[in-house]
Write a protein that binds this ligand. Sequence first.
Ligand SMILES: [Zn+2]
Length: 382
Amino acid sequence: MRIIAVNNNYKNRLGQLAAANPKGRKSMKMVDDSAKYGEIDYYPYSMNSVQFTGKFADTYPKYWLKNLLKLNLPCPCCGKQMIPLDEVKALPAAGLFSASCLTAVNTLEQFEDYMKPVEYSIMQIIKPLAQKYPGIDLQELIILLSFEYESSLVAAQLTILNRLKTLAPEVEEENRQELLDITKTAKEFILKKRSTKFKRKIFLGDIEEYTAKIENKETREKILTLAEKMPTSEDSVSAFIMKYKDRSPEEIGERLLMYSAATLEHITPDSENGEVTIWECQRCNNTRSNAPVIRQINENPNMLDNLRNHIQIIVDRAVFIKNHGGTQQSQKLLDYAKAIRDEYLTNIKKYKNIAVKIEDEALKKLQFEEIPISGEIKEEIE
Ligand SMILES: [Zn+2]
């Protein structure tokens, strides 16, 4: 049901886009044969540059890339399906989250399958409550829950602080007391003995600064790893509830969907002048930041399979379009699929020496009959 809604919205938006750009349409000499392709109607002005000109964004402008989202692509990293960002933004703008919690929850429910684990769990908790208390709004619903969930968050936080304390004997004597002081202060914030709220980010900053002084690498890593387990709204239902109880209904609704939104990710980081972009969910995009793709693949064991699925869908659509007579549009899709696949392989190649296993696996998994791997890339990897 949701897919239809998205596709229709997409059609409307792209229709408006085409109407707003009649010049682009008219200037093309090619015949608009898009009607033949059923639901995927690439606009004729997206057909003009089949050759890859070198400037990725000129060849594949954003409106062309947006069209790809109609294929319901999975995130190449986590494999979850993505929601177009416009779609996410349109919901609070339409007032759907600020109305009664029942309206908000019914709206959100359509996107349930796209949600990340914590967001999905929150939905399972709020659905029956919204039925029970339809007269309150989404924020009030989260506030209601906060009475119940605060204790489990505090318990989890205190447990981590106590475990940190037990590491003190492993630290050199002159740095021992500071670790005890940091945990003590953190407890005071958590237990509301101080006037402001406990902030995980500040706590982690203090820990990081502190561990820089520790000589033993193993101990340093242990402390950092443990401190990072401090719950966040990204991995803990109770942390989510306690954080978002102070936010507006619009913010809460949007946040439940935001990490599932499709964002354009530079395969080679922006900071290294990467041009080639792929749709990736907001969460994976954030997590990766500017790290090399090799690290992303390392941290996500299913990534090469998910990436393969992502590319396969584009290739399949190209074949479908070709079978319906759209040779040039089909070729452009294949060129794009090849561009993203080769960009990953080129990046993997850079780290040849440290990731032999990934190289082999990538070469095996990212083979497609329709977009052969160029000899150059293959040779350098093998
Ligand atoms: Zn993802």
